[in-house]
Design a protein around this ligand. Structure first.
Ligand SMILES: Cc1cc2nc3c(=O)[nH]c(=O)nc-3n(C[C@H](O)[C@H](O)[C@H](O)COP(=O)(O)OP(=O)(O)OC[C@H]3O[C@@H](n4cnc5c(N)ncnc54)[C@H](O)[C@@H]3O)c2cc1C
Length: 295
C-alpha cells in the first residue's frame, strides 16, 4: 500500500523525549511491531534500544517517512484528501491520525510558569545536583523523577493536589517514594497546589488555605500531557463532551466522524492518557488496515 508517514519532530519523537536512562515497563515482545523481533540486552528495553529498534524497523521496511514536517490541515473527502503540511500538499485517499499527546504538557496555569527554571520534560538528574527542586504531580513520572533526583544529591520537595500518589503508580515505585516522604528524606506536601513560581522560591497553598513560600531553584512539573484538541477540531474530528473528551470514532474500525479519517494510538483515549500505550494500541494498525480492505 502506498503511504507517507509525517512527523513534525524526529523519528519516534515521544520516545526520544523520554528521560535519558528510562527503562520500559514492558518487555520487548509486547512493544515490537510488524512481527519483527526486538532483541534487547536485559529483560526490559531502555530508551536507546527502543530508538534503535524502531529506526531499524523503519529502515528495513522502507517506510516512507517525512520527518520535521508538521501536518497543518486535511481538506477534501475520503478518496481525495489533500494533506497540507509545512512543506506542501499531498494527496491521500485515507488518513490515519496518531498524534499522541506528549507534545502538549498540561499547564499549572500559575504566574511564573514561563520562567526558564520550570520544565515539563525531565531528561536526567545531573542538572539538579545540590539544587532545591519541586516536583509537582502524583503519577509514575513524578514519583520516578523525585526519587532519581533525590538519589543524585538534589534537595527534593513534592507537591501533590490529592492526599497521596495515584493508585496506578507502579508497585515497585510507590512504596519507595512513600517511604522517602514518610522518613522526611523527601519533603512531601499533600493536598497542596502551586500558587506562584518566583525566580528563587515557590508559593504553595495547603489544605485550609494556608499559604507557604519555600526556597526553590527548579520546578519539574510532571503534571501530564494532553492531545492537541485544536488540531483534531480543525480537521473536523468531533470531541466528546464527556470529561475524557474522547475523539469521536467507531470503536471497531477507529474511523472518526469524518469519513476516511481514522485515529490510532494514545490519542484515542482523549484525556484518559493512561488508557492506551504501545502494548495495547499496536493492534490499532491491524484493525484499521482490515477496515481499509473492507471499504
Ligand atoms: C516515560 C514513559 C515510559 C513509557 N513506557 C512505556 C512502556 O513501557 N510500554 C508501553 O507500552 N508504553 C509506554 N509508554 C507509553 C508510550 O510511549 C505511548 O503509548 C506511545 O508513545 C504512544 O504512541 P502514539 O504513536 O500513539 O503517540 P506518540 O508516540 O506520542 O507519537 C505521536 C507523534 O505525532 C507527532 N505529531 C503530533 N502532531 C503532529 C502533526 N500535526 N503533524 C505531524 N506530526 C505530529 C509527534 O511529534 C509524535 O512523534 C511510556 C511513555 C512514557 C512517557
Amino acid at each position: 500500500m502506498s503511504h507517507i508517514v509525517f512527523d513534525k519532530g524526529c523519528l519516534c519523537q515521544s520516545i526520544y523525549n523520554y528521560p535519558t536512562s528510562m527503562k520500559f515497563f514492558s518487555t520487548p515482545d509486547l512493544i515490537e511491531i510488524g512481527g519483527i523481533p526486538f532483541p534487547c540486552r536485559d529483560e526490559k528495553p531502555v530508551r536507546w534500544e527502543a530508538l534503535e529498534y524502531f529506526r531499524r524497523v523503519a529502515e528495513s521496511q522502507r517506510l516512507n517517512v517525512r520527518l520535521y514536517e508538521e501536518v497543518r490541515a486535511i481538506d477534501g473527502e475520503e478518496g481525495g484528501f489533500t494533506v497540507q503540511t509545512a512543506k506542501g500538499p499531498y494527496k491521500a485517499s485515507r488518513v490515519i491520525v496518531a498524534t499522541g499527546f506528549f507534545e502538549k504538557p498540561r499547564s499549572l496555569n500559575v504566574p511564573g510558569e514561563e520562567l526558564p527554571k520550570v520544565t515539563h520534560y525531565y531528561k536526567e538528574p545531573h542538572p539538579y545536583v545540590f539544587q532545591k527542586i519541586l516536583v509537582v504531580g502524583s503519577g509514575n513520572s513524578a514519583a520516578q523523577v523525585a526519587l532519581e533526583c533525590w538519589r543524585h544529591s538534589a534537595e527534593v520537595t513534592v507537591a501533590i493536589r490529592g492526599d497521596g500518589y495515584k493508585p496506578g503508580v507502579k508497585y515497585w515505585i510507590k512504596p519507595d517514594i512513600e517511604n522517602r516522604v514518610k522518613s522526611g528524606e523527601i519533603a512531601g506536601y499533600f493536598n497542596t497546589t502551586v500558587v506562584e513560581i518566583k525566580p528563587e522560591s515557590v508559593v504553595l497553598r495547603r489544605a485550609g488555605d494556608e499559604t507557604i513560600e519555600i526556597d526553590n531553584d527548579f520546578v519539574l512539573a510532571m503534571t501530564g500531557y494532553e492531545p492537541d484538541f485544536r488540531f483534531l477540531h480543525e480537521i473536523g474530528v468531533e470531541i466528546g463532551d464527556d470529561p475524557m473528551q474522547v475523539p469521536a470514532h467507531d470503536p471497531v474500525t477507529y474511523e472518526t466522524n469524518r469519513k476516511g479519517i481514522f485515529i490510532a494510538g494514545v490519542v484515542c483515549g482523549g484525556m484518559e492518557t493512561n488508557r492506551w500505550f504501545i502494548e495495547n494500541s499496536r493492534c490499532h494498525a491491524d484493525v484499521i488496515f482490515d477496515a481499509f480492505t473492507l471499504l
